[in-house]
Design a protein around this ligand. Sequence first.
Ligand code: NAI
Ligand code: 15L
Length: 274
Amino acid sequence: MTSTSAPRAPFNRLLLTGAAGGLGKVLRERMRPYANVLRLSDIAALAPAVDDREEIVPCDLADKHAVHQLVEGVDAILHFGGVSVERPFEEILGANICGVFHIYEAARRHGVKRVIFASSNHVIGFYKQDEPLDASCARRPDGYYGLSKSYGEDMASFYFDRYGIETVSIRIGSSFPEPQNRRMMHTWLSFDDLTQLLERALYTPNVGHTVVYGMSANKDVWWDNRFASHLGFEAKDSSEVFREKVEAQPMPAADDPARIYQGGAFVAAGPFGD
Ligand code: NAI
Ligand code: 15L
């Protein structure tokens, strides 16, 4: 299924970091209508520009000077780049922690007024699956990766309070073509719903720093988006259509973190390097 919603007036130039990644490849297509020029960046190899409405700018987010150059001339930033799973702290540090600082500092220096930050459900991963949450809950990161996203959300909050740069931090659940396991029946975010959420995040005025849970209209959800209602995001898809396929998989044991914690297996990753 592809999105059918008509885009608003496009931005002149949007930056998409993480453009070579799983979501980046999807958004490279989906975000085209929203920008006259889409600047695509990653540390990994990117397919060449298909036309003059794409710009390919390789960049390591850990390199402050390179990120400063990357951000010049853009109107808004979709920050999807970085380490996207639990890894040793030293790997997370450059890409995610220094990286998010470099993005905001470059945004400040170049006058960029809107960032969409790909945060993650792993900022609240240590809550149990029977604990309903909204955006006012204390964060309970489930690893160094979740900590880095938590830091990114605080960075967004600070840059709004201090410099007026607005951010929508999307605590993405699980955005894949299909839910891959029982946990993702709760956390799944379809690509169409992600696209709609990004449109709302880009165009809604006066978002300040808004935290929104990125999930489709799944049957049993753990998260309440009452504090992001001004975005007008209305998910259209549901994991329910995949239930039979997903439930054909064996049920995890009762003590498996995948059945207990919102962050699933991430809560048990590491320690590293012992
Ligand atoms: P991915 O791992 O496929 O893509 C991340 C991209 O970031 C990769 O192409 C990678 O090369 C790039 N990257 C890593 N280190 C970098 C560095 N130092 N400099 C520049 N680029 C670097 O992950 P995916 O699934 O596409 O996720 C995209 C974003 O959304 C990530 O920030 C992830 O944390 C976040 N997210 C994704 C979820 C999902 O379900 N797909 C769930 C929650 C958050
Ligand atoms: C994430 O933050 C990861 O980037 C993604 O690969 C999935 O693991 C997702 O969370 C999830 O929790 O399902």
